[in-house]
Design a protein around this ligand. Structure first.
Ligand code: ATP
Ligand code: MG
Length: 391
């Protein structure tokens, strides 16, 4: 007799000494949060593994696996079975039953990979491999052994209980969400910033989003897109707080009072300042942007320098060294790209300079800003009037 379970492997955090306990608890919490709504499950802790069992009947892999896969800090999830009995005889008969059920009579090659962490179990792993391999060969004429490049590897793990599996679904890695402090992400409806947000979340940073909305120059569609992107990120993080900051008045003020070719730099600096204030209010210690060096005019080194100088918090730019295609590939994999490229009409491009300055000088920018006596007031108003959406 065997019972369907899911084996969950975690990597990096296993090396983190004293923190390991906290990290594993976070993983268990994240798993429970994702699967508790759909059934009666139990998560068992084993050295180096978590085992998810179904207390309500037979495990439905298709239901449960997709809910565990997005969790950060996991290396792989494996649909497998747990044996009732702890004996060589059980390993052999259940391995055969498992292989027959999974692979039927298709001609294929296989090998057995056994690990025995329970040294009370008498048979050493090499011997388990040989015995099980031979037993399968004897009973499944369609199977051949290939130790170098097999179609299937049957894993046998002898722990307090015995587990069998042959599918390892790699997950995203990273660190448990929330284990690396908090950051405020400047989230636009574009391709880059959702990817940047996801990447920092993957490193365990608790993220909140800030979106600067300028109706009627930016449309409700654009805002909806950001909300949908935030929702998608919440599929990974479990929750997501989005601050929608009304920026129209501030933007119009800048439009009237700064040289047109420097508008973008001033606007980005205003965004950073607003984001930093929100970060302070929310107990965050970093900002996150989707900037990538050289991608557009405001992302030259001079541009980044001039934008960065306005805030004291570290600005995390996980895409800084990535090509557009690499960013698109990640966005596609995590399901943000298809939302980002959704077309929408913004009614006006008055804020976009035809020839933005590519090499702004910080001292010039600062001199202009000193004369913007109402800027602080506009910033305060925008922050105070923000809408907070919890996803
Ligand atoms: P994205 O694809 O993320 O929109 P982008 O290639 O359009 O980036 P920029 O317009 O230069 O690049 O913006 C750089 C970064 O500034 C963005 O990645 C994002 O973090 C932030 N940003 C830009 N516009 C907004 C906005 N309206 N609200 C919030 N953040 C923004
Ligand atoms: Mg953009």
């Amino acid at each position: 007799m065997a019972e369907k379970v899911i084996l969950v492997k975690f990597g990096e955090i296993a090396m983190r000494g004293d923190n390991q306990y906290i990290f594993i608890n976070r993983l268990i919490q994240a798993i429970r949060r994702n699967i508790d709504p759909v059934g009666n499950y139990y998560v068992v802790r084993e050295p180096g593994r978590l085992i998810v069992e179904d207390r309500g009947g037979e495990m439905d892999y298709d239901l449960v696996m997709p809910r565990i896969e997005p969790i950060f800090g996991l290396v792989a999830v494996c649909p497998g079975i747990r044996l009732e009995e702890i004996s060589m005889a059980a390993i052999k008969t259940e391995s055969l039953a498992y292989m027959q059920e999974m692979y039927g009579d298709k001609p294929m090659t296989f090998k057995v990979n056994a690990r025995r962490s329970n040294k009370n179990f008498a048979t050493p792993s090499m011997e388990i491999c040989a015995d099980v391999g031979e037993y399968i060969l004897d009973h499944m004429p369609n199977m051949k052994v290939d130790v170098k490049n097999p179609d299937v590897i049957l894993y046998v793990e002898v722990r307090n209980r015995i587990y069998l599996y042959s599918k390892i679904i790699k997950t995203y890695g990273g660190l448990p969400y929330g284990s690396s402090g908090k950051g405020i992400s400047l989230l636009s409806g574009g391709i880059d910033s959702p990817v940047a947000t996801w990447m920092m979340a993957k490193r365990g940073v608790e993220v909140e989003g800030v979106y600067f909305h300028s109706p009627p120059y930016t449309s409700e569609w654009a805002k909806q897109k950001v909300i949908d992107l935030a929702k998608r990120i919440a599929d990974f993080t479990g929750e997501f707080k989005l601050h929608v900051v009304p920026f129209t008045d501030l933007q119009l003020y800048l439009l009237e009072n700064v040289p047109h070719d420097k508008l973008t730099i001033h606007l980005k600096r205003a965004m950073m300042r607003a984001a930093e204030t929100i970060a302070e209010q929310e107990g965050a210690m970093s900002l996150i942007t989707g900037e990538s060096v050289g991608q557009v005019a405001s992302q030259t080194m001079q541009g980044i320098y001039a934008i960065n100088a306005v805030c004291k918090m570290p600005v995390l730019r996980p895409l800084a060294g990535m090509d557009k295609q690499e960013i698109i590939d990640i966005g596609t994999k995590i399901g943000t790209y298809e939302i980002s490229i959704r077309p929408y009409e913004d009614c006006c491009t008055i804020f976009v300079a035809k020839h933005p300055q590519v090499k702004p000088r910080l001292n010039v920018i600062e001199k202009i800003e000193q004369k913007l006596t109402d800027l602080d007031k506009y910033l305060e108003e925008a922050i105070a009037n923000r809408e907070i959406i919890e996803l």
